[in-house]
Ligand binder design. Structure first.
Ligand code: HEC
Ligand code: HEC
Length: 176
């Protein structure tokens, strides 16, 4: 796989100059590791994309998403009523603003009046990913959007987003 590893030194250097205080705080509060342990969730919500860790959105976002599964980003992701209720409960109870009593770093800069439908819309997410030129994912057929976390975060399916595990196709390993 080494042909994918083409470090772009200038790009990496530009990124290394950024302030990382936020990221360190994030790691402390989350350890960048949020393994999904719910099998029903993996099965029902992990087919079209990874089963996004519940911690990545606030409870109100999960409620909103789970109440309109028939219109899910252009797809029909409807579930039986029993499963829908079970998974709504699981997601809201483990949501980023519920699981540890206080909002995690990821949700901290999110306005309380907002109910994002996407993780990729969160201000913190945008900030963490703003150094990645859009051309690296928009024109990559394997990726298309940043919603496919696992394309770069090689252990995203295990709920892990640690920096040392990032490998961007066409760029290579991510090093500060
Ligand atoms: C039939 C396929 C399908 C199923 C099943 C499905 N999804 Fe999705 N989901 C999508 C598509 C398509 C997108 C948009 C991806 C994109 O924009 O690249 C999406 C996006 C999302 C996003 C936003 C990701 C982002 O951009 O930040 C969340 C959150 C989400 N889904 C949660 C769920 C949950 C919870 C379930 C289970 C109840 C589920 N999905 C089941 C197809 C599906
Ligand atoms: C195009 C590749 C790419 C995709 C796709 C991507 N990321 Fe990232 N992500 C990165 C890079 C690169 C960084 C590191 C930015 C930095 O700090 O220099 C990062 C950082 C992060 C961090 C902070 C990690 C830490 O240790 O501070 C989290 C959390 C994260 N991403 C979650 C996600 C989630 C969730 C998704 C999918 C919804 C996603 N990412 C999609 C490349 C990607």
């Amino acid at each position: 796989m080494s042909k994918h590893i083409i470090p772009i030194t200038l790009f990496a250097m530009a990124v290394a100059g950024q302030a990382y205080a936020d990221k360190d705080e994030y790691r402390e509060s989350h350890g960048a590791s949020m393994p999904v342990k719910n099998e029903l969730y993996q099965k029902e919500c992990g087919d079209c994309h990874i089963a996004y860790p519940a911690e990545l959105l606030p409870a109100r976002s999960w409620e909103h998403l789970m109440n309109k599964l028939d219109k899910h980003f252009g797809e029909n992701a409807e579930l039986s009523e029993d499963n829908r209720q079970a998974l709504s409960r699981y997601l809201t109870e483990n949501a980023g603003d519920r699981s540890r009593g206080s909002p995690g770093k990821l949700l901290k800069s999110l306005d309380r009046s907002q109910t994002p439908e996407r993780i990729t819309e969160l201000p913190y997410f945008k900030k963490e990913h703003r150094e990645i030129p859009a051309r690296f994912y928009e024109q990559n057929p394997k990726m298309k959007s940043l919603s496919n976390c696992e394309v770069c975060h090689t252990r995203a399916a295990q709920g892990s987003f640690a920096e040392g595990e990032i490998n961007i196709p066409g760029i290579g390993r991510w090093e500060d």
